[in-house]
Ligand binder design. Structure first.
Ligand code: AP5
Length: 181
């Protein structure tokens, strides 16, 4: 089975998946890393946070090639995004051709409150996160939910809304593991 895990930047997606990786039999593949390795090899970007600023046509090409790689893998958790905020607006992380290639059976939408995400982004010095206010983060959370259900209708995948509340990472990991059984 293929599982998609997604959430707005700073929600704690990687923190949860690092713990899931220790307990699950499913390997985890990071969509952004696949795209970044291709983009870096072609001299397009120096870090992963530059990718969402590339022309959308370039992002779409990298996205398509990454989907082809993932389509070769079975029983995998794909760490990715439902939507990416680009200067040209929301770009779908899972357009029709990506869903057709990946055929996910479960979509995990990782969420926290916009205020928690705001604080986590401020604390995380390892990344070049975009500055966004609480209202912008709230909008992105809503857009991701709508997108998850659109993907669910198209693929038949279930949607798990997974809360990663402040200081409750372990609880979120336990819930994720329960859903994999
Ligand atoms: P990606 O690699 O997914 O990066 P990201 O969006 O920044 O997300 P992260 O994986 O870094 O995780 P996170 O931000 O959720 O949070 P973290 O665990 O670090 O994507 C990179 C790029 O690839 C995208 O921008 C896009 O360009 C491209 N891409 C990917 N998929 C694509 C697709 N399908 N199509 C097109 N492009 C695509 O945690 C953040 C902080 O919070 C940490 O400091 C952590 O310690 C803290 N924290 C976490 N959980 C808790 C908690 N419960 N309590 C307190 N603190 C917590």
């Amino acid at each position: 089975m293929r599982v998609v895990a997604a959430g707005v930047p700073g929600v704690g997606k990687t923190s949860i998946l690092n713990e899931v990786a220790k307990r699950s039999r499913y390997p985890i593949v990071n969509y952004g890393t696949l795209m970044f390795e291709m983009a870096q090899a072609e001299g397009l970007v120096n870090d992963r946070d530059e990718m969402r600023k590339l022309p959308v046509s370039t992002q779409r090409d990298l996205q398509r090639r990454a989907a082809e790689e993932i389509a070769k893998m079975n029983d995998v958790i794909v760490d990715t995004h439902l939507t990416i905020k680009t200067p040209a607006g929301y770009f779908p992380g899972l357009p029709k051709w990506v869903l057709d290639a990946m055929k996910p059976e479960m979509i995990v939408v990782i969420e926290a409150s916009a205020a928690e995400i705001f604080e986590r982004r401020k604390r995380d010095a390892t990344r070049k996160r975009d500055f966004e206010g609480i209202e912008d983060i709230e909008e992105h959370l809503k857009v991701n939910r709508y997108t998850a259900f659109a993907c669910s209708i198209y693929t038949g995948a279930t949607v798990l809304i997974l809360k990663n509340n402040e200081g409750e990472l372990e609880k979120a990991v336990d819930r994720f593991m329960g859903a994999l059984k």
